[in-house]
Design a protein around this ligand. Structure first.
Ligand code: SIN
Length: 306
């Protein structure tokens, strides 16, 4: 039996498969289709200080091997998250990571302060500095090393829980942003959020998504995700959580070889909410067939040709 436990900061996950923020609601919506406790962890939908309706529809469109979305961070706001969601997580036996978004440093801080002021069993936070769908506010921090450093430092002072910074591929040098997050005290980074994309109806000549520019996810972006994880893991020593187009167990292996310590399954959850568990089964199967005794044997074990 392969040991598939993995460590992110001081937290040990029972396995490397988490579900990605925004593709799994707040967790509770899927619990009739999937035993949540079998996942390595759940990253809940981005939460902002105030509730948000999100962008007008259409907000999602399928593309070859991918999906474009522009939800606009629709969410219930931090107060309802605290009163309605946090109590539901107390019975779970898996890592629950809260994703936080904001349009200013103060907003991120406000959300985290409110959550930290109540008793909860969250494992940690993933900080969304990489949403491409809310204008410049969504990515302002994620494209700037200094802002990433400042925001991460501020949040680091507020919590001892796991602090993960979610990075955007829509930058010149993703590894430099990761280095800023590490220098400011992040426990890990997750990469990648969606790639900016667009889809136009040739007959109506209109955009297929209301906001025109939106975020591409799914297998179409897996090579971008794997390359980003590789570049990041060569530049920092904190763990990297790989995201982008994972639909099979071998996709997980690919991300681990590029340097990830765990992965998040996103768009595949729209096909089936239990996708994470079938991917986990395939991953275990791969490890056993290839005589891998411990998952750590795979992490950053990319071999050279020669
Ligand atoms: C959205 O709400 O538009 C997507 C969230 C994200 O890409 O960070």
């Amino acid at each position: 039996m392969t040991n598939i436990k993995t460590k992110i900061g001081k937290v040990e996950l029972t396995n490397p498969i988490l579900v990605a923020s925004g593709t799994f609601g707040y967790g509770e919506e899927s619990d009739e289709f999937i035993d949540l406790n079998q996942l390595g962890g759940i990253v809940t939908k981005s939460i902002t200080v105030h509730p948000r309706e999100g962008n007008p529809s259409p907000r999602i469109v399928e593309t070859p091997s991918g999906m474009l979305n522009s939800i606009g961070l629709a969410n219930i706001g931090v107060e309802r998250y605290i009163s309605e969601m946090l109590p539901k997580y107390t019975d779970l036996d898996t890592a629950v990571i809260m994703n936080i978004a904001g349009s200013s440093q103060e907003e991120y801080i406000d959300v985290m302060k409110r959550v930290e002021s109540v008793s909860n069993n969250l494992t940690g936070y993933e900080i969304n500095i990489s949403c491409p769908n809310v204008g410049k506010d969504g990515m302002e921090f994620g494209v700037d090393c200094d802002l990433t450093f400042q925001l991460t430092s501020e949040l680091r002072q507020l919590t001892e829980k796991l602090l993960i910074i979610k990075l955007s591929p829509n930058v010149t040098d993703i590894a430099a942003i990761a280095q800023s997050a590490e220098a400011a005290g992040a426990d890990a980074v997750s990469a990648i959020n969606t790639v900016v994309g667009m889809s136009i109806n040739p007959v109506t000549r209109k955009s297929n998504v209301y906001t025109k520019l939106c975020g591409l996810s799914g297998p179409a972006i897996k090579p971008v995700g794997v390359a980003s994880v590789y570049q990041i893991s060569q530049s920092i020593s904190i763990p990297v959580i790989g995201i982008g187009g994972i639909i099979t167990g071998e996709d997980v292996v690919e991300y681990l070889l590029a340097g990830a310590s765990a992965v998040q399954v996103g768009t595949a959850n729209y096909r089936h909410p239990a996708a994470g568990l079938s991917i986990l089964d395939e991953f275990i199967d791969f490890c056993e067939k290839n005589n891998i005794s411990d998952l750590t044997e795979l992490i950053a074990d990319l071999q050279d040709d020669s």
